[in-house]
Design a protein. Structure first.
Ligand code: FE2
Ligand code: FE2
Length: 168
């Protein structure tokens, strides 16, 4: 993945644009977790289904925090989620959530550096709290799938992503 946000000479506008994309990613996460937590139906995935319900609430909390930051910067928060990935397959649903968490974490890592580069330390701290929960989500999903949480170590694993794997 090479879409990590750059922090060199980052401007406030770029930071705000990045936060809008983060918010769109949070909406996507809420929607996928709402659906998948209810439709997972394999007996062996019942406990992860309960965890996905918890994730849905946490993603809403993240969305509210990002929207608050956008308002702070005088930007009107987006209403548009990133492209939603769905499937009827239990494994694919879990993989889609895992890959979405990978993208989310990669982007928040970059966003934290951008916030620090601009001296926006309160924002950086808020994002650090969020990324800690995203990594917990990544661990929950990877554990359910029996793969390692670190995405660097599972390159090429998992199903083809809808839309060619690009973020919508
Ligand atoms: Fe989130
Ligand atoms: Fe998450």
């Amino acid at each position: 993945m090479s879409n990590a946000p750059s922090q060199e000479n980052v401007t406030r506008d770029e930071l705000v644009q990045g936060l809008q994309e983060d918010l769109a990613r949070e909406y996507k996460a809420i929607i996928q977790y709402v659906i998948f937590s209810q439709v997972l139906d394999r007996a062996k995935y019942m406990s992860i289904a309960e965890q996905l319900e918890v994730h849905a609430h946490q993603e809403l909390d993240h969305a509210l925090k990002i929207a608050r930051q956008l308002d702070y910067f005088g930007a009107y928060p987006t209403h548009q989620p990133q492209d939603i990935w769905t499937s009827e397959s239990n494994e694919d649903m879990l993989w889609f959530d895992l890959k979405a968490e990978d993208f989310t974490i990669e982007n928040y890592r970059g966003r934290i550096r951008q916030a620090q580069a601009l001296g926006e330390f309160a924002l950086a701290e808020t994002l650090q709290e969020i990324i800690t929960q995203e990594q917990d989500h990544q661990i929950d999903l990877a554990t359910a799938l029996g793969v390692v949480p670190d995405d660097q170590q599972r390159q090429g694993q998992g199903p083809q992503l809808p839309g060619g794997g690009r973020e919508g």
